[in-house]
Design a protein around this ligand. Structure first.
Ligand SMILES: [Zn+2]
Length: 220
């Protein structure tokens, strides 16, 4: 990180390997994202920004990438600095709301990171004012895992029949959650046929309201 920041700050060389490689990078990025998920992609992108091979580097930059004979002092100097909160915030996926707090301390040595996974439970926790805690929480203290959110609630029904406005809707398999904004009934109001669910959706790129015809309902 330290060496890369310095390398970025230098004047651009006439040949820009990163631009030449851009098309294949984009293709690989999409396939990686599909197969390995966002976190792996972020890691891969980070790695892809490492400095170009020695042969392409200007003579006066050689010292920055030469590992030969590095003593202990140099190794300490070259160790990446812990990611700052701001660096982690810049890595939060665009669909997440609220974005600024969707970070956590990975470790003292690594620093902060964008929270792995999607933002659906985090959004619900913020909307409901909880659950909060100290473990597996965003920077503002809200739980961000679906399992932790649902564990703090009571299941009203394993289908939609128990739905009330304000309840938490969970997709089958607890893969996604949102908040019930309307309950749609038929048969003289005795049968729930669907619920309108506001949810923070990675697939839709943000907070949306969608009609759901299956799933389960949690309240409390
Ligand atoms: Zn938060």
């Amino acid at each position: 990180m330290w060496a890369r920041e310095h390398a970025r700050g230098r004047p651009a060389t006439p040949t820009r390997p990163d631009e030449v490689e851009a098309p294949s990078v984009t293709r690989s990025l999409l396939s990686l994202q599909a197969s390995a998920g966002n976190q792996a992609t972020v890691r891969w992108v980070r790695d892809a920004r490492t400095p170009p091979p020695l042969a392409r580097v200007q003579r006066d930059e050689l010292e920055w990438y030469d590992d030969g004979g590095a003593g202990e002092a140099e190794e300490l100097q070259d160790r990446p600095r812990p990611r700052t909160r701001e660096q982690a915030r810049a890595m939060v996926d665009a669909h997440v709301e609220p974005k600024a707090c969707f970070i956590e301390l990975e470790s003292t040595r690594a620093g902060w990171r964008a929270i792995p996974g999607t933002g659906c439970a985090h959004w619900v926790a913020h909307q409901r004012g909880g659950p909060t805690g100290t473990n597996r929480v965003c920077e503002a203290g809200f739980k961000y895992r679906v399992t932790d959110l649902l564990a703090s609630l009571t299941q009203r029904s394993a289908d939609l029949q128990g739905a009330r406005v304000g309840d938490v809707w969970s997709a089958s398999g607890s893969s996604h959650v949102g908040i019930v904004r309307a309950v749609n009934r038929e048969d003289g109001g005795t049968r729930v046929v669907s619920v309108s669910v506001e949810n923070d959706s990675s697939a839709s790129g943000g907070v949306v309201t969608q009609v759901k015809t299956d799933g389960s309902i949690y309240g409390g």
